[in-house]
Write a protein that binds this ligand. Structure first.
Ligand code: ADP
Ligand code: GLC
Length: 487
């Protein structure tokens, strides 16, 4: 049994902007259930975590965090889940007492370098203060990647707490790397000797993800296909060389994410007006009706209803969807229910289409967990035209909710969805397209809609195939255990 410290900038249910939070909420829990001792460390965001204050206690009143020229004083809070699992929060209002996590109205906070350099250092200091002796320090994405550097650095070499500790960096998204002006190296207390090609330096700036990739004992990402894709210039956002180096050392892996089958369970989901399961599917049609009503679309069981729940970011290919969809809005009997927040231009474009074709497309602009669950349950199909997708969770939620995913074959979408090709009706779980262009997406959406309308038997079979898949963390937790054992 291992002692694991899991560091992340967001953890569900406390704070979430995307899949990183889902994974950080579920995988540590699954590992704890399997007998490991897991300490999750995240920032305390008072403005988004109010509902949890009743569960949280002060664990350490004063946590000294060396930071630049001086020392800052933070506080460690704890939510103890059980004997094997504690969630620790670093409370430091100057950096984390904000209405959102990383940006405001699409503009990144200008002190994000300081905020997450500070947090990474605080994680290391918290391990000392809490007297943890981790076997594994598991970091996630650029926000905590610097912990890998700290672990190997002169700053922590003398501490017994880290003597037997190995580090793992999970890349959830290589598109975000934490690239900042090199002057920020001051905050790290590492010194300019770390500003070189083999560590923090990146085109004369600092790159926290890159430094993590090069110093972690093992790097993994959240699907095997994405692990291969990020070795190419097309997908690596200029980190292909460091990633190729780690891959050639056998230190880059890909493990597909699981999903929280309690949180995402159509049979018990409290966010839904009606529940259902593979054997009692009637509730799904009722959810469709409820969704059509809630989204102001005509209630029509026969009309194919397709959904999207997404960050509105270039990664997600929403622009391609928007180019593809208008032709369908003009000519087809079809409906779309969309939940998303992010990019202002995409938001405006979605609003414009929703105003122009109010009976066919409805858009909720913002973040709503409840609406996300309703879209997953009420739709017939779910669209993910991602430019790249490290894993993707929504296609997994969709399958579990009997909502057939229509996906671009990239990253985790390629690994988790089986394309329908007539002959494989027993196994198919969705519809795939390969080229990222509006014609390919539109063609695939129309193909799915035609199966829904004209070959309901096959449509229902594909739905059932998806609903019978097991995407629970059980498998994935075992894969991570192997990774820990190997390291
Ligand atoms: P990513 O992490 O790249 O955004 P994932 O598919 O891994 O993509 O995870 C996205 C998660 O965030 C899912 O749980 C999804 O339901 C949720 N989500 C995204 N946008 C919204 C939104 N506007 N409202 C509610 N949930 C959202
Ligand atoms: C990232 C990726 C997404 C993945 C999630 C959790 O946000 O964009 O594909 O599912 O992390 O690993």
């Amino acid at each position: 049994m291992s002692n694991i410290v899991w560091a992340a900038s967001e953890v569900f249910p406390y704070a979430k902007t995307g899949g990183l939070a889902d994974v950080s909420g579920a995988l540590p829990q699954s590992l704890a259930e399997r007998g490991h001792k897991v300490s999750v460390i995240m920032p305390y965001y008072p403005q988004v975590m109010k509902n949890f204050n009743k569960d949280i206690v002060i664990k350490k009143k004063l946590l000294g965090v060396p930071f630049g020229w001086g020392t800052e004083w933070a506080q460690i809070l704890e939510h103890k889940i059980n004997e094997n699992l504690s969630i620790y929060f670093i409370e430091f209002h100057q950096f984390f007492d904000r209405p959102t996590l990383y940006d405001y109205d699409g503009v990144e906070f200008s002190d994000n370098a300081e905020r997450f350099i500070f947090f990474s250092r605080a994680v290391m200091q918290a391990v000392l203060a809490l007297e943890l002796k981790p076997d594994i320090l598991h970091t996630n994405d650029w926000h905590t990647a610097l912990c890998n550097v700290y672990l190997k650095s002169h700053l922590y070499e003398e501490f017994d707490n880290f003597k037997n500790c190995k580090s793992i960096l999970t890349i959830h998204n290589i598109g975000y790397q934490g690239v900042f002006n090199k002057s920020n190296i001051l905050w790290t207390n590492l010194g300019w000797e770390y500003f070189n090609y083999h560590c923090l330096e990146f085109y004369d700036q600092i790159n926290l993800m890159k430094a993590g990739v090069l110093t972690a004992d093992v790097v993994n990402t959240v699907s095997p296909t994405y692990a291969a894709e990020i070795l190419t210039a097309e997908y690596a956002f200029n980190l292909e060389n460091p990633l190729q180096q780690r891959a050639s050392e056998g230190k880059l892996r890909g493990i597909v994410n699981g999903i929280d089958i309690e949180e995402w369970n159509p049979e018990k989901d409290k966010e839904l007006p009606f529940n259902y399961s593979i054997s009692k599917i009637a509730g799904k049609a009722k959810c469709k009706k409820a969704l059509q009503k809630e989204f102001g679309l005509p209630v029509s069981p026969k009309t194919p209803l397709f959904g999207i729940v997404s960050r509105l970011a270039i990664q997600k290919g929403i622009d391609v969807f928007l180019e593809a969809v208008e032709d369908m809005l003009i000519y087809d009997d079809i409906q779309f229910a969309i939940v998303g927040s992010g990019d202002k231009v995409l938001q405006g474009w979605l609003n414009a289409l929703a105003n122009k074709y109010p009976n066919k497309i409805s858009f909720f602009s913002g973040y709503s967990n409840k609406k996300a669950h309703l879209v997953e349950a009420g739709c017939d199909a779910f669209i993910m035209p991602s430019r790249y997708e490290p894993c993707g969770l929504n296609q997994l939620y969709s399958m579990r909710y009997g909502t057939i995913p229509i996906v671009r074959a990239t990253g985790g979408l390629e690994d988790t969805v089986i394309n329908y090709e007539y002959s494989n009706i027993k196994d198919a779980t969705g519809f795939k397209f390969w080229d990222l262009n509006p014609d390919a997406l539109r063609g695939t959406m129309r193909w799915a809609a035609s199966i829904f309308r004209d070959d309901r038997k096959s449509f229902n079979q594909i739905r059932k195939n998806g609903m019978s898949q097991d995407f629970s963390w059980e498998h994935t937790a075992k894969d991570y255990e192997n990774l820990y054992d190997n390291v």
